[in-house]
Each structure stands twice: as structure tokens, then as C-alpha cells.
Ligand binder design. Structure first.
Ligand code: NDP
Length: 490
């Protein structure tokens, strides 16, 4: 098995397995087979990687390149990601179990991030501030130096690109720590970046465990900023260490997003939006619309249609073009999701559809779980409050606008929300009251590279994407240029 172990790169060296035979095996969630084996990084590698990254930041032609020169390399990365679209999507499918179409979308999104931040890099304008004396002053966006980017398993390559593209565009050197569940795409991204002309050491992937390599990165004195996407509890831990070290963090954390259907909504579209909002990516999405609120006057009618549509979701193998929902990422995660459904039952919830893992046919070999809709719980139940991160929707009726705003906001999370209504004045009122970083009106889970993304409350700190996404990886330096006619007076 060792001969097929994928190495990771530290500067000009390849690491096959730095700690004896330490490797990480990525398991294909569709059938439990081994999708790939990568050499596992250790905290010792972190020390070396940080030193290499600082050397590259200080001495390699990157941060001092003209922005248009930096941009041309970022464009080239984008182009190469497109060229390798299918093979990267295939690897992603094996690593994560996502259906084929979703995998292609992830690679396209990664490519789009490099294209967008190439454009931002080239067109970025520093600020001239208006003078108050015999000088002029300007505010420059400067890179931090070496930053750590730690990513989860649910959208490999897209999550890594969402951090690496703006951080590199800003002139930083980046140390990527992908999830141990999906380590392969980050290695491919590094290869493509280098083939596109990114100087060695500017981007390093360290496929290791969170509790050792992730923690070592966050506490390393050479790491000046941490960008993290993952669970809220891990985010809290990282923020604590970063707080102690007084370094900035960008945190994209969990969610339990309310999805609201008012009685005046176009019900056909609303049902379709609710179904794709929760069952897309098998619910393994931080913005999954996992708490459904339906106005009482239409509750019965809406739920009947929702059950029919949920039963019709095509659960299948990721490489089947008809598949709408694939497996969950691991057996452990599927057990966690199933455990939440058991908790919901014990709290008095009624499972209207789903609520089991298929145990016959080809799906029995993977970590599948059927689309599940539960009702009869109140807003305090654990299945309503906690992030399940699977294809499980809890439905609650509501009376009116005030009632649904209160229920929707009664959560520690604040990542996203959605609503369906024909009344745009109401949509405006409710959207302004909802405590969430993104609100979708008569649509759901749309995502645009140029639109900022991030959470309120315990869903995060800072914004990725758009111009905010570049600012996250910069610190401001102010320059004063003296224009004195005479020597300065005391
Ligand atoms: P985790 O928080 O468990 O892990 C995320 C990453 O952090 C992984 O690379 C993990 O490594 C690493 N990690 C774990 N412990 C530490 C530590 N002590 N110090 C440093 N790094 C550590 O999340 P999951 O991977 O399970 O991802 C699911 C979560 O991500 C969900 O809660 C979801 O809501 C959230 N998420 C948020 C998004 C957003 O944009 N807001 C987008 C996507 C997901 P390892 O894999 O080895 O454990």
C-alpha cells in the first residue's frame, strides 16, 4: 500500500510518510472502499512548513510582484483547474461521496475563485486619505505574511480555493490544512498552483489531523492569521488560542438556518426550494435550510406536498447521473445523524418520511441516510436547536410575522435564512429582522463569488468572498508623505 501513498510537498522536498508509516486513508463513502492514501503530516512538519512559507513570503517573487503579474498567475491557476475539471471532480466524488454534478460545480467554483481574485488583485485600489496638513496620506492593504487555512470535508477544493485565492492575491503565503476525511483535493490544488507558476513554498498542504497539525498551526508563533471553516466548537477552540496569541481569525462556522414559508407564497416553488435547501449535499451544508417554519393556515397542505416531494428525492450512487442525493461522508457521521433522529423521536417528534438508512441493494454498502422530515417538536428540542448536518428537516408551524421572527432568531446560530412570500414589503421587513449573514428571498442557497458570506452570532466572525474576502487577509498600513515647504517646527 505504501507505494501508492500520495506524498505532500514541503518546499522542494516530497514527504512520503514523515512519521514512520503515518498515512491517512480516505474512504469512499459510497461503498467503504479506499479512495486514496496520503502521507500524514505531523506537528514537526508544521515547523518546517512555517519556515519555508516565511522564506517564500520574504524572498520569492510574489508579494513584490506587480498586481497584474500576480493576477496573471492566479488566472493561470483558474484556467488549469478548468482543464482538469473532470479528473478533479472524480477525485472529489471518491473522497466526499458527492454526486457527480455537485463535484463538477465544486471545481468550477474553485476555478471561479481564482479568476475573481485575479481580477480583484489587479484592480484593487488603496486609499488616499484627505490631507490635514503639509503631507499626504494613504492606507495600504498589506499581507499578514504566513497564514493558516483550515477546512472541513463538505466542499473540498471549493473551501480551499475560497481561502487560498484571496490570501494569495493579497500577497500572503498559505498553509492549508484540509479535513482528514477529504485530504486529496488540497494536494492537487497545490500541484496545479505550482504548475501555473506560483513560486515554491507560497502554498503548502498539510494533510494531518486537526488535533495535532491543525492545533500546531494555530498556536505556531510564525502563523500570523488563521482562516477556519468548520464546526462551531472547533471554531471556539481556535478563537481561544488566537485570542491568547492576539492574532486575527476568520471563522465560518455552523448553522441551523430557518426556512420560512408564508401563506401567500407560490407553494410549488416554495416546496421545491425547501426540498433542495435541505437535501442538496445530503444536508451536509452549513447553510442547509434545516428548520422549516410554515404558516399555520397552509401548514397541512404544504406538509402533504413536502412529504410527497421528499419521498421522490432520488438517493443513489454518486456516479449515477440520476442521483440527487448521495451518501453521508462517513459511517461515524451517518451514525451521528441517525442518533439525532432517535433523539427527535424520544423528544416526541413524528417522522413523516425517511428516518432510516437503506439496508438493501448497492446503497447498503455505503453511508446513506434517507431524506427525513420530522414534525411535532418545539423550538427547544435538541433536533431543532443543534446542527445535524444531514438530510433531516424539522418542521414547525407559526402564527404570524412576529411569531416567526422570534422563533427563527431563537438559536445560537446566525448563518443563513430563507423565506417564500409574494409580499416584498414583508420580505424586506422580515429580512431586516432575521439575525443571519445571508437571507434568501424566493430562492435558496444561491451563492455568488462577489457577494460576501459569513455568519452572525455563533456562526462566525468575518466575511469571505467579494472584496471583503480579500480584506480578511490584509492588514492596513498608513503612510504619511511629508510635503513641508519649511523644516518642521517643534
Ligand atoms: P470540524 O470543526 O470538525 O473540522 C474542520 C477542520 O478543523 C478539519 O480540517 C479538522 O481536522 C480541523 N480541526 C479539528 N480540530 C481542530 C483543532 N483543535 N485545531 C485546529 N483544527 C482542528 O468540522 P467538520 O470537518 O466536521 O465540518 C463540518 C462543520 O463545518 C459543520 O459544523 C459545518 O456547519 C461547518 N461548515 C461551515 C461552513 C461555513 O462557511 N460557515 C461551510 C462548511 C462547513 P480533522 O478533519 O482532522 O478533524
Amino acid at each position: 500500500m505504501q507505494s501508492s501513498v500520495k506524498p505532500f510537498r514541503l518546499g522542494s522536498q516530497w514527504r512520503t510518510a514523515s512519521d514512520g508509516d503515518a498515512v491517512i486513508s480516505s474512504i469512499n463513502p459510497a461503498d467503504g472502499s479506499v479512495a486514496g492514501v496520503v502521507a500524514r503530516a505531523t506537528p514537526r512538519d508544521v515547523d518546517e512548513a512555517v519556515a519555508i512559507a516565511w522564506d517564500a513570503f520574504r524572498n520569492k517573487p510574489w508579494r513584490k510582484l506587480r498586481p497584474d503579474q500576480r493576477a496573471s498567475i492566479l488566472y493561470e491557476i483558474s484556467r488549469r483547474l478548468k482543464i482538469e475539471r473532470e479528473s478533479l471532480a472524480r477525485l472529489q466524488m471518491l473522497d466526499s461521496g458527492k454526486p457527480w454534478k455537485e463535484c463538477l460545480n465544486m471545481v468550477d467554483s474553485a476555478s471561479g475563485h481564482f479568476r475573481y481574485y485575479a481580477a480583484v488583485c489587479e484592480t484593487w485600489q488603496n486609499e488616499m486619505t484627505s490631507p490635514r496638513g503639509e503631507y499626504f496620506s494613504m492606507a495600504l492593504a498589506e499581507p499578514f505574511g504566513v497564514i493558516a487555512a483550515i477546512t472541513p470535508w463538505n466542499s473540498p477544493i471549493m473551501n480551499e480555493a475560497q481561502k487560498a485565492a484571496p490570501a494569495l492575491a493579497a500577497g500572503n503565503a498559505v498553509l492549508l490544512k484540509p479535513s482528514e476525511e477529504t485530504p486529496q483535493l488540497a494536494l492537487e490544488l497545490v500541484r496545479i498552483c505550482m504548475e501555473a507558476g506560483l513560486p515554491e513554498g507560497l502554498l503548502t498542504a498539510l494533510p494531518g489531523y486537526g488535533e495535532d497539525v491543525g492545533a500546531a498551526l494555530v498556536s505556531h508563533p510564525g502563523v500570523r492569521m488563521v482562516s477556519f471553516t468548520g464546526g462551531t466548537e472547533t471554531g471556539r477552540l481556535i478563537a481561544r488560542t488566537a485570542g491568547e496569541r492576539l492574532i486575527p481569525v476568520g471563522l465560518e462556522l455552523g448553522g441551523k438556518s430557518p426556512h420560512i414559508v408564508f401563506e401567500d407564497a407560490d407553494l410549488e416553488r416554495a416546496v421545491a426550494g425547501v426540498v433542495s435547501g435541505i437535501f442538496g449535499s445530503a444536508g451536509q451544508s452549513c447553510v442547509a435550510g434545516s428548520r422549516l417554519f410554515v404558516q399555520k393556515s397552509i401548514y397541512g397542505r404544504f406538509m402533504k406536498e413536502l412529504v410527497t416531494r421528499s419521498q421522490a428525492v432520488r438517493v443513489g450512487l454518486p456516479d449515477d447521473p440520476n442521483t440527487q442525493m448521495g451518501p453521508l461522508v462517513s459511517r461515524t457521521h451517518r451514525d451521528k445523524v441517525a442518533g439525532y433522529v432517535d433523539i427527535a423521536r424520544s423528544e416526541g417528534g413524528k417522522v413523516l418520511v425517511g428516518g432510516y438508512a437503506p439496508d438493501e441493494g448497492p446503497l447498503a454498502r455505503g453511508w446513506f441516510y434517507m431524506p427525513t422530515v420530522i414534525e411535532g417538536l418545539d423550538n427547544k428540542a435538541r433536533a431543532v436547536r443543534e446542527e445535524i448536518f444531514g438530510p433531516v428537516l424539522v418542521a414547525l408551524p407559526f402564527e404570524d410575522e412576529d411569531d416567526v421572527i422570534a422563533q427563527a432568531n431563537d438559536t445560537p446560530y446566525g448563518l443563513a435564512a430563507g423565506m417564500w412570500t409574494a409580499n416584498y414589503a414583508r420580505a424586506w421587513r422580515v429580512a431586516r429582522e432575521i439575525e443571519a449573514g445571508s437571507v434568501w428571498i424566493n430562492t435558496y442557497k444561491q451563492s455568488h463569488i462577489a457577494t460576501p458570506f459569513g455568519g452572525f452570532k455563533e456562526s462566525g466572525i468575518g466575511r469571505e468572498k467579494g472584496l471583503h474576502g480579500l480584506r480578511l487577509y490584509t492588514q492596513v498600513k498608513s503612510l504619511y508623505w511629508g510635503m513641508h515647504e519649511k523644516p518642521m517646527e517643534l
